[in-house]
Design a protein around this ligand. Structure first.
Ligand code: KG4
Ligand code: ZN
Length: 352
C-alpha cells in the first residue's frame, strides 16, 4: 500500500462531535449525493434519475447508466454542496456504495468518493447498498437503530433480515428467483405499462378489483423465510394469453390490483411470521417496493393486529438514494467502525 493511501487511512476525523458525512450512490440507474450531520439529520439528499433514459429499453442498460453517472455526478455534487451551504473542506468523512450493483455504475461513485477522501485527507467508508436500505427506516428517528426484524423489498432483492446491531445482520431468507420489484416491473411490461412498472401498478390498482383474478401466493406457508415471485409472474403471463385483446383499461387495472394483492399478501404474511418466530417487537420495511401505498397500509394493519411496532422507510428514502448510504456510514462512524481501505475493490455481488 502506498504511503499516501496509508496516510489517508490513518487520518482522524476533522471534528469530534456530529461529523459531516458526504455519500455517493451510483449502484444502478440513480445518481445520488447526500450529506448527513451525525446520525441525526440529513442536510441534503439529491437524486438525478435516469429513468427516462432507460425507459425506451424497458430496463436498465448498464453502459447508458455508467456513462450518465459519469456525466451527472460532478454537477450533482456541486448542487448538493451549494444547497447544503457547506464547503468541501468542512466534510469529515466520505462514503460510497461499493456493492451490490452494476460494476460499471458502482465504479463511478466509489472512485469519485475515494478521490475526494484522498484529496481532502479524510476517512472513506465503503457501504453495502443493502445495509443502506436495511437501516433507512431509522433515518430521522430519535431513538437510533434498534434490534428488529426487517423486510428489504426492492427491484433487485427481497430479503428478511434479523438486525441485531449495526454491522451484525443475519439474512434469514431471500427470493429464490425474481425480486418482488422485478416481478412488478415484468408484469408492467407484459401489460404494456411504462417503465418501471411498480409505481404504475400501484396507481392502477386503486382503480381495479383485487379479487377479479386469482394468482398464487407462492411459498406463503413454506415455514421458512424464502420467497418466490416467478410463479405469480408466469400465471399473469398465462392469463394474458387467454384474455381477449386489446385489453380494456378496466381489465388492465383488475390484473394490476389482483397481482399486487397477491404479492402484498405474501410479503406481509412472511414478515410477520418471521417476527413472531423470533419474538421481535419491532419490524421494519425498506426498498423501492415499500413506496407501494397498499403495501404500507397492509403492513400497518398487520402490525396493529399483532401488536408490534412498525417502522417503514419514508418513500423518499425507499427508492435508491444517497441519504441511506450517508446514514449507514454515520452509524458505522458512531459505533467505532474503522474506515475502509482506499484500495478496496467494488463488489457487484456483495452480500450483507
Ligand atoms: O430500491 P430500488 O429503488 O432499487 C433497487 O435497489 O432495486 O427499487 C426499485 C424497485 C422497482 O422495481 C420499482 O418498480 C419498485 O421499486 N417500486 C414500486 C413502487 N415504487 C417503486 N413497486 C411497487 N409500488 C410502488 N409504488
Ligand atoms: Zn436499492
Amino acid at each position: 500500500m502506498s504511503r499516501a493511501l496509508k496516510g489517508n487511512l490513518d487520518a482522524g476525523l476533522r471534528s469530534e462531535s456530529s461529523p459531516l458525512v458526504l455519500a455517493v450512490e451510483t449502484s444502478c440507474d440513480e445518481t445520488a449525493v447526500a450529506i448527513i450531520r451525525g446520525t441525526e439529520g440529513i442536510l441534503v439528499s439529491e437524486i438525478a434519475s435516469q429513468v427516462e433514459l432507460h425507459a425506451p429499453y424497458g430496463g436498465v442498460v448498464p453502459e447508458i447508466a455508467s456513462r450518465n453517472h459519469n456525466l451527472g455526478l460532478k454537477p450533482l455534487l456541486k448542487r448538493a454542496m451549494a444547497l447544503s451551504g457547506i464547503s468541501l473542506s468542512e466534510i469529515d468523512a466520505l462514503a460510497a456504495t461499493s456493492g451490490p450493483g452494476l460494476a460499471s455504475s458502482l465504479l463511478i461513485g466509489d472512485t469519485t468518493a475515494k478521490a475526494l477522501a484522498l484529496g481532502l485527507n479524510r476517512p472513506f467508508f465503503s457501504v453495502n447498498h443493502m445495509e443502506g436500505h436495511l437501516l433507512s427506516p431509522f433515518i430521522g428517528s430519535s431513538h437510533g437503530v434498534r434490534p428488529n426484524l426487517s423486510l428489504i423489498v426492492s427491484g433487485g432483492h427481497t430479503q428478511i433480515v434479523k438486525v441485531n446491531h449495526i454491522g451484525e445482520y443475519q439474512v434469514l431468507g431471500k427470493t429464490r428467483d425474481d425480486a418482488a420489484g422485478e416481478a412488478f416491473d415484468k408484469v408492467g411490461k407484459m401489460l404494456g405499462l411504462p417503465y418501471p412498472g411498480g409505481p404504475e401498478i400501484d396507481r392502477r390498482s386503486d382503480l381495479g378489483d383485487s379479487s377479479a383474478f386469482e394468482f398464487p401466493r407462492s411459498m406463503i406457508d413454506s415455514g421458512d423465510d424464502h420467497f418466490s415471485f416467478s410463479g405469480i409472474k408466469t400465471s399473469v403471463f398465462y392469463l394474458l394469453e387467454k384474455l381477449e385483446k386489446p385489453l380494456s383499461d378496466q381489465t388492465i387495472n383488475d390484473v394490476c390490483s389482483s397481482f399486487q394483492k397477491a404479492v402484498i399478501d405474501v410479503l406481509v404474511a412472511k414478515l410477520f411470521a418471521a417476527a413472531e418466530r423470533f419474538d421481535a417487537s419491532l419490524v421494519t420495511v425498506s426498498g423501492g417496493v415499500s413506496c407501494n401505498r397498499s403495501l404500507r397500509l397492509a403492513m400497518k394493519q398487520a402490525a396493529a393486529r399483532q401488536k408490534m411496532e412498525l417502522l417503514m422507510a419514508k418513500p423518499v428514502y425507499s427508492t435508491d438514494n444517497a441519504a441511506m448510504i450517508a446514514f449507514a456510514a454515520a452509524c458505522r462512524l458512531e459505533n467505532g467502525f474503522s474506515p475502509s481501505p482506499l484500495d478496496a475493490d467494488i463488489d457487484p455481488n456483495m452480500v450483507l
